[in-house]
Design a protein around this ligand. Structure first.
Ligand code: NAD
Length: 366
């Protein structure tokens, strides 16, 4: 398939190939859709087996960001970038500053952030070359660790799922299994504890597990037993693709609501399988949008309270998705995509009106 056919396949607007032999930079920036606003999405550094793999990944991920931003009600489009290379051995100030110059060259059409293989420190190098970067440290005026906001949004999404599926206003007394008690899982356990839920958790990091046992009375379970637990809610907060042919028959939970990305091994197959099994799935990119909401807030003088208050809206977003899923008789992951696309289509019709001349003048003078 030619590159333009690949662009046309999922309606991508633009791909930028960045090549800088002096810094060793080989990067691809993909802008999926900027109907609603500038394309925001992280920069992944990964040792891809081939350039074709890198291109496939950046196209897939950038489209996902358009949907995520749209569903979250943000005025942002979807983009993503990948730097081809080994994140452990090939990072340097020169590499990231060079990448920053390419981002700057896009004039704000693409805004980058940290992602798998890149860190806050890397983004601070990018920041030296362009203002179009988010996720820098709080000390430098950034939004810092997004995990508390992600966890709060996930908790609100879980409450929406419980209301929709079980008709309950509170999680008090419900049993929840949390897979992974890292950055997000830790704060999620805290909210669940404060709400009076009974929490079971697992993690390969025993120290992290002991911390939530001690602080929030969480009961720990072995890694493999997490799927078959007799609980009301399963919250994947570690890896992707944990909802698959092996695990779905084991699940006793009525609801899947967690922060992990790409929870369904196959979007088409396992969304349908969950509907058939009577399990309500809170689509991952809708429920875990708190992280994106947090960095998006950085672009307009970061305010932590505003970020939390926007993340609270994930409750309503999920209610909209669940209703559409019922009304149109489609799996919830399909309903989420429809909500996302509907908003992009609808905002594309925003009436274009001319600004009064005085405004134009003052903009030019500024
Ligand atoms: P993290 O690395 O801090 O935590 C993940 C935890 O999962 C770690 O404690 C790790 O030891 C554990 N883990 C790994 N393999 C496991 C296994 N097989 N079984 C059980 N536990 C295992 O990551 P995080 O920032 O908490 O993010 C968790 C998930 O949420 C990821 O999928 C991430 O992509 C997604 N997410 C995070 C954010 C955010 O704000 N941090 C935002 C959106 C989505």
């Amino acid at each position: 398939m030619s590159i333009f056919e690949k662009l046309a396949e999922k309606n991508h607007e633009q791909i930028v190939f960045c090549n800088d032999p002096d810094s060793g930079l080989k990067a691809i920036i993909a802008i999926h859709d900027t109907t609603i606003g500038p394309a925001l999405g992280g920069c992944r550094m990964w040792n891809y087996k081939s350039e074709a793999d890198a291109l496939r990944d950046v196209l897939r991920l950038s489209r996902g960001m358009s949907y995520k931003a749209s569903v979250a009600g943000l005025n942002l489009g979807g983009g993503k970038s990948v730097i081809i290379g080994n994140a452990k051995t090939e990072k340097s100030e020169l590499l990231f500053r060079s990448f920053g110059r390419f981002v700057e060259g896009l004039g704000g059409r693409y805004i980058t952030a940290e992602d798998v293989g890149t860190s806050v420190k890397d983004m601070e190098w990018v920041r030296m070359e362009t203002p179009f970067v988010t996720g820098i440290s709080r000390a430098l005026g950034g939004s810092g660790d997004p995990s508390p906001v992600t966890a709060f949004g996930t908790f609100m999404g879980m409450k929406a799922a419980v209301q929709h599926k079980l008709g309950l206003d509170s999680l008090s007394g419900l049993k929840v299994s949390v897979q992974g008690v890292g950055h997000v899982g830790y704060y999620l356990c805290k909210h669940l504890y404060e709400e009076g839920a009974e929490v079971y958790a697992t993690d390969i990091d025993l120290e992290a597990l002991q911390k939530v046992e001690k602080e929030f009375g969480v009961k720990s379970v072995p890694i493999d037993e997490i799927y078959g637990l007799d609980v009301d809610i399963y919250a994947p907060c570690a890896l992707g693709a944990t909802v698959n042919d092996d695990t779905i028959p084991q699940l006793k939970a009525a609801i899947i609501a967690g922060a992990a990305n790409n929870q369904l091994e196959s979007e088409s197959k396992h969304g349908v399988a969950l509907t058939k099994a009577g399990i309500l799935y809170a689509p991952d990119y809708a429920i875990n949008a708190g992280g994106l909401i947090n960095v998006a807030n950085e672009m307009d003088r970061y305010n932590r309270d505003r970020a939390f208050s926007q993340a609270e809206g994930i409750y309503d977003t999920l209610m909209t998705i669940f209703k559409l899923s019922d009304d149109e008789n489609v799996p919830t992951n399909v309903a989420a995509d429809r909500v996302a696309m509907n908003r992009i289509d609808s905002m594309g019709k925003l009436k274009s009106i001319h600004l009064p001349r005085t405004n134009l003048m003052s903009k030019r003078d500024a």
